[in-house]
Structure formats: C-alpha cells, structure tokens
Design a binder for this molecule. Structure first.
Ligand SMILES: Cc1cc2nc3c(=O)[nH]c(=O)nc-3n(C[C@H](O)[C@H](O)[C@H](O)COP(=O)(O)OP(=O)(O)OC[C@H]3O[C@@H](n4cnc5c(N)ncnc54)[C@H](O)[C@@H]3O)c2cc1C
Length: 467
C-alpha cells in the first residue's frame, strides 16, 4: 500500500506501548514509518508506569522477605530500606528498557523524530520543538496513528507538588519518605503505591469513593484484598468522598464526606483516574470525535476522519499497556490491508501488583449473573496448595466462573503471590474457548501454584481433590 505522494506511509504520534509497537509492526510490514515522541520512548508504561512501579514493588517484596527470613531458617540482621537506592534502581530499569525500544525501532528502520506533533489536517503532521534543525517542520503521511496516551486526573486544590501532593510521577521519584500518607483512589495504581509505601513504614490511609477496593475486580477478590490491607495495618475509608483539603504547618487535612472524619498526612497521593491527551493535537482540523477525553474509534482504531486512527489510552479503557500494544498491531495490520481480529475486551487480562497480587480475565461472577448466565463457581485456596505452603505464602485463592450450561470459562479471578504470572493460563484457555472438560484434562505440573487453577475448575463441579 506504499504511496509515493507521501513522506511516510504511516506516522505514529506518541512512543508508548501503543505507538512504538504500531511503528515496529508497520516497519515489519514494509511500510515507510515515522514515530514522533515528545519525551521518552516507551511512554508512561516504561518510564512512569508499569515498569518503574514494578521495580519499586520488587524492592518492597525483598524487604518483606528479609524481614521474615527467620521463618525460613535464615538469620539476618534487621534490613535497612534505602529509598533513594530503590528509586535509583527503578529509574535505571526504566532507562535500560527505553534504550531497548530505541534500538528496536532503529533496527526495524523506523524514523524516530524527537518533537511534539499535531495534525495540520488528515495526512499532515506538524512538528514543534524539533531539536534537530535538519528536520522539516511538517510532513505528509498516508495514515496517522494517534497514540498520545493519558495523564493523571488532577483533583481541584491538589496540584502536583513534589513536597506534598504526589501523582504517579512524584510517587515514582520521591525525595523523601513521609511519616503519613493519604492515598486517594483504590484502583490498581493507588493500591500498588499504598503497598510500596506501607512496606517502607509509611502510615497509609486509603480513601475510595466506591464501597470496595479495586472496584473492577470480582467482589470476593476486593473483599479479600481489603481485609489483607487492613490486616497489614493500612486504614481503609471506603464509600468515602473527599470534600475538602487544607494544608497548614506541613500537614494536609483531608475531609471526608459528612465531616465524619478528617485525615491528616504529610503527603497526599492522588490516583483518582486518568484523562486522555487529546488537546493540542489539531483534532479540530479533522472530523475526529472526542468523548469524555477519549478519541472515538471503531474496533480497529479508525476515527471519524479517514486516514486518522487512535489507539491505547487515548482511545479509552481499559487503560493497560498490553491493550495499547494489541490495538496497535490490529490497527496497523488493517492499514496494511490485512484482516486482523479486533481485540475482545473481555479477554484482556488485568493485573495489580499490590501485596497480595491480584489478576483477572473475563467476567466477574456478578457480571456473568447480570448477563443472565447460569453459572457454576469454583474456588481453591492457596492454603491447600503444596507449592504455596512450601514457599511460606499461602494467602489468597483462585476463583473461576463457568457457564453452567456450556461449560465455557466466563471469568477467572485470583489473589495471592505471583498470580499475575498465572492468569495468562486462563487467558489462553478463554481464547481457545476451552470448556470445563478441557481444563480438567489439562495436566498442571506439580508442585506449582498453578495447580490451584486446576483445582478451582474441579471445585466448580464438586470434583476438587485437595479441598
Ligand atoms: C503508575 C502507573 C502504573 C501502571 N501500571 C501498569 C501495569 O502494571 N500494567 C499495565 O498494563 N498498565 C499499567 N499502567 C498503564 C499503562 O502505563 C498505560 O496503559 C500505557 O502506557 C498506555 O500506552 P499508550 O501508548 O497508549 O500511551 P503512553 O504510554 O501514555 O504513551 C504516550 C506517549 O505519547 C507522547 N506524546 C503525547 N503527546 C504527544 C505529542 N503531541 N507529540 C509527540 N508525542 C506525544 C508522550 O510523551 C508519551 O510518551 C500504569 C500506569 C501508571 C500511571
């Protein structure tokens, strides 16, 4: 589909897991491809999201393990947590991966332009802040993919401030460890940061408007996580709306609805949603539609303007890196004339790397019932799993929601150690439309925590062996 009238066949704006994967795939397919990134390759995910948070959470895990070393017959002194060393490691991990993305793009022949881009109209890309004077200030591309991502929603009265109001960027590069912290929002990001800072000794309050933590999760999972966080010593304020905030003498006073409770803390960490980066992209010069800060697209990323596409966080929920990358590949393959399968949102696994970890794919039990499905539910606790007992970490369980009539796996939900590494087994099963018979006949290696996945399916049919 190469066109000689354009400078590029495909131009991608934004180099996150949506944009850089789109550029790589386009180049693989032989399309002349440019990628414009205004900040760091890898986007939020590599630089300020998925990866650096997991690096910090790894430090917290190591700390917890060393603190419990005597349970394993290992005597060590009291560990000392060095926040700045943890942050330095996390930043190093991010920059290492960033260099990897740059290498891949170069190797595949993608032209990377470090600049800010906007649309001059369909097919026309304008550049600002171009450091390299050799670069033109605009170019033409047959297809333009918008992958500009999203940013944290800033709450009124709580502007980002490294000294006292942290959004994810500040929370990932803290200059100090506050004695007390109020985390606003108990979604995945809020709960992950709460887990990290609590492990380091910060007194943590979590405020959440919904009546449970991790609201998109199955209710049983939310209940388990809430109990676990409370048991660890965090204070949860659920069904609570912040109605006021004042700071005096270096201390924030956060009022919760009804004036029932005022929380005090040196730092407020806000994780209360995100908004799409759709401004200043020149969309007004196109027919692209924006609804609730996200660009409206069809299942393969096409917007209302022919030749302009949007993928990843900019195109709406779920705000996950792997969703962005999959949309990228499908979008580019469609541009190249292929017939890719659109992404099935129900089959996108989602993970939270809190302590304990949480993972799910598919429908919750309540969602399945609300859709009129007759369900069989199976559960298996890690307290009955040999590997978990040997590891000394038996917290949590696996839950499956099966269609009572067809035996189809409708949803799978897990909480416990390293469940984020296990959920993919169920995602593959769902993708292959596995039934209960297929799952029961699958051989799971022993001893592994994954045996709990087998037993959960067996338990849905009253056949669990180790309960
Ligand atoms: C703290 C945190 C933890 C997270 N953890 C996870 C996780 O564990 N797993 C997961 O799946 N997801 C996680 N996410 C979400 C994940 O980071 C996003 O879903 C993902 O980064 C979206 O990818 P994207 O390519 O759409 O956008 P982004 O990664 O946001 O990339 C957009 C890029 O576009 C660039 N850009 C914007 N405007 C312009 C312009 N005009 N010109 C040029 N460049 C521009 C930006 O600089 C940026 O680099 C996390 C997010 C946060 C904040």
């Amino acid at each position: 589909m190469k066109s000689v009238d354009y400078d590029y066949d495909v131009a991608v704006i934004g180099g996150g897991p949506g944009g850089y994967v789109a550029a790589l795939r386009a180049a693989q397919l032989g399309l002349r491809t440019a990628l414009v990134e205004q900040a760091d390759l890898g986007g939020i995910c590599l630089n300020w999201g998925c990866i650096p948070t997991k690096a910090l959470l790894r430090s917290a895990d190591v700390l917890r393990l060393i603190r419990s070393a005597d349970r394993y017959g290992v005597a060590v002194g009291a560990p000392v947590a060095d926040l700045s060393a943890m942050v330095a490691r996390s930043r190093k991990v991010a920059s290492e991966l960033q260099r990897g993305v740059a290498y891949l793009l170069k190797k595949n022949g993608v032209e990377v332009i470090h600049a800010r881009a906007s649309l001059g109209g369909a097919g026309s890309v304008r550049l600002e802040n171009v450091p390299d004077s050799a670069h033109a200030r605009s170019f033409q591309a047959a297809h333009v993919i918008l992958a500009t991502g999203a940013r944290a929603r800033v709450l009124p009265g709580l502007d980002p401030d490294p000294g006292s109001v942290w959004y994810y960027r500040e929370a990932l590069s803290p200059g100090f460890l506050p004695p007390r912290m109020v985390v606003i929002g108990a979604g995945a990001i809020g709960v992950e940061f709460a887990s990290f800072y609590h492990a380091l000794g910060v007194q943590v309050h979590i405020v959440e408007m919904a009546d449970r933590v991790l609201p998109p999760e199955d209710e049983e999972i939310s209940r388990h996580v809430a109990a676990a966080l409370s048991k660890q010593g965090m204070e949860l304020h659920l069904g609570a709306r912040m109605i006021g905030s004042q700071r005096a003498g270096g201390v924030w006073r956060i009022q919760l609805q009804g004036g029932v409770r005022t929380l005090e803390a040196e730092v407020v960490l806000v994780a209360a949603g995100i908004v799409g980066n759709h401004e200043d992209l020149g969309l007004e010069r196109t027919a692209v539609r924006v609804e609730r800060s996200h660009v409206v697209t069809d299942a393969l990323g096409a917007t209302h303007e022919p030749g302009v596409y949007a993928i990843g966080d900019l195109a709406g929920a779920p705000w996950l890196a792997h969703k962005a990358s999959h949309e990228a590949v499908a979008c580019v393959e469609a541009i190249a004339g292929g017939e890719p399968h659109p992404l099935d949102v129900m089959r996108i696994p989602a993970c939270t790397y809190s302590h304990p970890q949480v993972a799910h794919v598919g429908l919750t039990e309540a969602q399945a019932r609300a859709r009129g499905r007759a369900v069989r539910v199976g559960r298996f606790p890690f307290t009955a799993n040999g590997k978990a007992i040997a590891l000394g970490d038996t917290e949590g369980f696996v839950k499956v929601v099966m269609d009572a009539e067809s035996g189809e796996l409708l949803g799978a939900h897990m909480v416990g150690a390293e469940v984020t590494e296990m959920i993919q087994g169920y995602a593959v099963a769902m993708g292959l439309e596995a039934t209960e018979e297929d799952l029961m006949q699958t051989v799971f290696p022993h001893p592994t925590q994954s045996e709990a996945m087998h037993e959960a399916v067996l338990s849905a049919y009253e056949r669990a062996l180790h309960l």
